[in-house]
Each structure stands twice: as structure tokens, then as C-alpha cells.
Design a protein around this ligand. Structure first.
Ligand code: FE2
Ligand code: FE2
Length: 439
């Protein structure tokens, strides 16, 4: 087994054995079906990315450049004493893939630190199962994570609308590393229009930036934005972004794959999916949009989650969703509510989600709604008739003539006083744009 210590994509033993450059190795091979095996091409393995973080589960996904199988070795100590191994998939056949591998660790202890590494083995030849041949396994660096739960620090960061804009994503990633929260919520519009799997692999697992290594150490929960439903490949995004553990939801809610309700210390973090930003009947959707029943199902799900003792008892309850749930009636955003076919063709907020989820948000003590979508920082403090605050993160714009457009990291943490400090970092200027306390 080959130990590999450097970060990023790492070359395989197949490449080393070829005794030449990767270009030479690739030159020798005519284009072929990648599911036939790596066939002399160097296997490259990406760093592990923590996804679908839970209190007793943790997803690990990573990029590969060719047909391979994967497993995660993990232990509760850095020496990996008494380590265990988990393969891709669940029961039965273990999935293999040519571009992304996914492992879900289960049965973990809440609020507990684990150390882990990936082991990736190429199929050098897979013309059929009887003649298949394996290459040498590639072992990643050892990384660590802490499962979520009441015992972790009450500290989150939210990023949104990264839109595969690498310069701003680089700034966002550097800020995440600096702040080092217990968890990151990636709150939608990570993508633009996704026509092939390799685009999603690049965005979620192997971005061309230097500070993406937070993904190996800080648990991440993903919620889709409207753009994360666009493109001929995107309905398969769970092949790259691991959905939540099915054991988290009841049988009637089997299709709510991305919703989460987890404790991050004194914070109950709830993630919901606002879907597309235009009505299902919009001609642009070609009959493919079915978001109204999705939002209705999530209202029932939200009611169930808010009745959970561990969620109900949290001092701070925060809802993360991509499209804002509120616009002031005197604002320019107000008319564009996503209900009717809009002449501006862009919903600034979701009246449907607001009407379906709003009464529960008020009644059950959610004190903050964290959104994106508008590409412009906005903060609406609680007001008469609305007990909750809403904060909206920025978008990918850099050096914009409009000085209200800048990328952000939204940060929240509970102070010793019990209040939650909410900060919005402008990662372009380095200025803290909002610094307030929610009681
Ligand atoms: Fe966006
Ligand atoms: Fe959006």
C-alpha cells in the first residue's frame, strides 16, 4: 500500500510504474470508456470532503480521475489504533466510480473527534468482473473531524452563491479556515448550469483554489439554491454531494434528501430547500418543476423537527434556506415573490415558502433565518409581526461598481452571556459589515 502525504490530486503507483510524465502515460492511451478501467493512466485522488454532517454520521466524498473503489479508515485517536473501515455505499454491491467516491460513516458518537483517511484503489482493467485487475491503493493524509451535537462549540458559518467564481470562493475559503467554525452551511447556488458530472466534481470536490482544504476538516451541510436545479446532469447531484442519511427521516419524507436539523452546541441548525425561484408552471421549466409539493412536504417535516426535544430545547434556532422568506413591502424586492410569472423573471423572495413555513417559524421560536440568492447583503431585524431576524449573504461579485455587491461569510456564535453574535464578513474588503447580538 502506498502512503501519500501531499495534498491535492496525487499520482498513483500506475503512473510511477510507467516511469514517465503523466502526459506521456496519457499519450500512450487512446480515448476509451473510463468504466473499462484506468488502463495505464495515472489515477489522481482528491482530498476528502466532509459532507452531510450529522451528530452520529459523517459523509466523506472525494474526486478520482479513473475507475476505482474507495473506503474510509477511521478511529477515535490520531494514531488510528483500533481503526475501523467503511466502504462506499450500503448493503450489497459496493459502488465504484470514475470521478467521485462517497462513504458515509454511521454509528459515530455525537460531539466526538475522529481521525480518518481515505483509501482508493484503481481498477486498472475491468473488461468484466472475472478478469478485473486492481492497482495499488492510494492512502490519503490523516484528517480529523468532530461530529455535531450539543457538546460542540456553538459556532457556524454560512456561505452562499459561490457560483463557481474561483476568486471570490478563494476569499471565502480563506475566511472559513481563519474562523474555523464547528460546521459550515453551504446555502445554495454553488453551481450555475450543470451539464456534466465533471463540473459538479470540480465545484464541490476539487475546486481550483488553494484554500479549499477546510473541506477535509470542517463538516459541511449543503442546501440547494435555484441554480442547483439547473442543467441536464443536475438531477444526479447526489452522486457528488452526499444526501442526508436516510435514517434521519421518516418513510413519508423519503424524498427530502437534503433537509437537516442538527445541534451545533446551543444552536439548533435547520436546513430547508426553497427550490426554484419561479413558479412550477413557468414555461422555462418544460414541465420539469415540482417544487410546490416539495415545499408543502417540508412544512410537515419542519413541524416534526421542531417538536424534537433536542431541537425544541435549543436556546437559538436558526433556519438556513437559499431564497429569502421576507421582503419589506416598501422595498423594490417585494413584488418579485416567485408566485406568478414575473416580468423581471427573477424572484427576490419566496412568498410560498414564507406562507407555508412562516407560522411555524414564528410559533416555534426560530430567531434567525439565514439566506442567500440576492447576491447582496441584507439584514432585517425582528419587527412588529415578525419575531425573527433575516440575514442575506452576498454573491460572487468582486470589484463591483455597485459597492453593495460583495462576497460574504455569515458567522454566528453563542457568547458566554448566552446571546448569539451574528457577524457578516465582507471577504473582499475584510470589513465586518454586520456585528449584532441576537438574544
Ligand atoms: Fe445566486
Ligand atoms: Fe439563487
Amino acid at each position: 500500500m502506498k502512503e501519500v502525504t501531499r495534498r491535492g490530486f496525487i499520482a498513483s503507483a500506475a503512473f510511477a510504474a510507467a516511469g514517465g510524465s503523466a502526459a506521456e502515460a496519457n499519450e500512450a492511451t487512446v480515448p476509451q470508456d473510463p468504466f473499462l478501467g484506468t488502463r495505464g493512466q495515472a489515477l489522481e485522488v482528491g482530498v476528502p470532503c466532509l459532507q452531510a454532517a450529522g451528530e452520529t454520521t459523517m459523509g466523506v466524498s472525494w474526486a478520482v480521475s479513473g475507475l476505482s473503489k474507495g473506503e474510509v479508515e477511521y478511529a477515535d485517536n490520531p494514531g488510528m489504533v483500533n481503526s475501523m473501515r467503511q466502504r462506499c455505499g450500503g448493503y450489497g454491491l459496493v459502488p465504484i466510480d470514475t470521478s467521485a467516491l462517497q462513504v458515509r460513516l454511521t454509528g459515530l458518537r455525537p460531539s466526538t473527534r475522529y481521525w480518518y483517511r481515505t483509501i482508493t484503489t484503481p481498477f486498472t482493467d475491468y473488461a468484466n468482473i472475472y478478469d478485473a485487475k486492481l492497482g495499488e491503493p492510494i492512502v490519503s493524509d490523516i484528517h480529523s473531524f468532530t461530529t455535531l451535537g450539543c457538546g460542540v462549540k456553538s459556532h457556524f458559518c454560512m456561505i452562499c452563491d459561490t457560483h463557481a467564481q474561483w476568486k471570490s470562493y478563494q476569499l471565502i475559503s480563506a475566511k472559513l479556515k481563519e474562523l474555523s467554525p464547528a460546521a459550515v452551511v453551504w446555502n445554495g447556488d454553488a453551481t450555475n448550469t450543470t451539464q456534466k458530472k465533471s463540473t459538479a466534481v470540480k465545484i464541490f470536490l476539487n475546486p481550483p483554489i488553494t484554500d479549499s482544504d477546510w473541506m477535509s476538516d470542517i463538516p459541511m451541510m449543503f442546501e440547494s439554491g435555484n441554480h442547483d436545479f439547473r442543467g441536464s446532469w443536475i438531477s444526479r447531484k447526489e452522486e457528488v454531494v452526499l444526501p442526508r442519511d436516510p435514517a434521519e427521516r421518516s418513510s413519508g419524507q423519503w424524498d427530502l434528501k437534503w433537509n437537516f436539523a442538527v445541534r451545533i452546541g446551543d444552536i439548533a441548525a435547520i436546513g430547508m430547500d426553497t427550490g426554484e425561484d419561479k413558479p412550477d408552471s413557468h414555461p422555462k421549466w418544460f414541465g420539469l418543476a415540482n417544487f410546490t409539493p416539495y415545499r408543502q412536504a417540508q412544512a410537515k417535516w419542519l413541524e416534526d423537527q421542531l417538536s424534537r426535544p433536542d431541537i425544541a430545547s435549543a436556546k437559538h434556532k436558526i433556519l438556513f434556506c437559499h431564497i429569502p422568506l421576507f421582503a419589506a413591502q416598501d422595498s423594490a424586492a417585494y413584488p418579485h415573490d416567485g408566485v406568478a410569472v414575473d416580468p423581471h423573471d427573477f424572484a427576490h423572495w419566496s412568498r410560498e415558502c414564507s406562507e407555508l413555513w412562516g407560522p411555524l417559524i414564528d410559533r416555534c421560536g426560530i430567531n434567525l433565518v439565514v439566506c442567500g440568492h440576492q447576491h447582496r447583503f441584507r439584514y432585517d431585524p425582528p419587527s412588529q409581526g415578525r419575531k425573527w431576524a433575516q440575514v442575506v449573504g452576498g454573491g460572487p461579485n468582486l470589484a463591483s461598481k455597485d459597492k453593495s455587491l460583495f462576497p460574504t461569510v455569515v458567522e454566528g456564535f453563542v457568547e458566554d452571556s448566552g446571546g448569539m453574535r451574528l457577524r457578516v464578513h465582507n471577504v473582499e474588503s475584510g470589513i465586518v459589515t454586520l456585528d449584532t447580538i441576537l438574544l
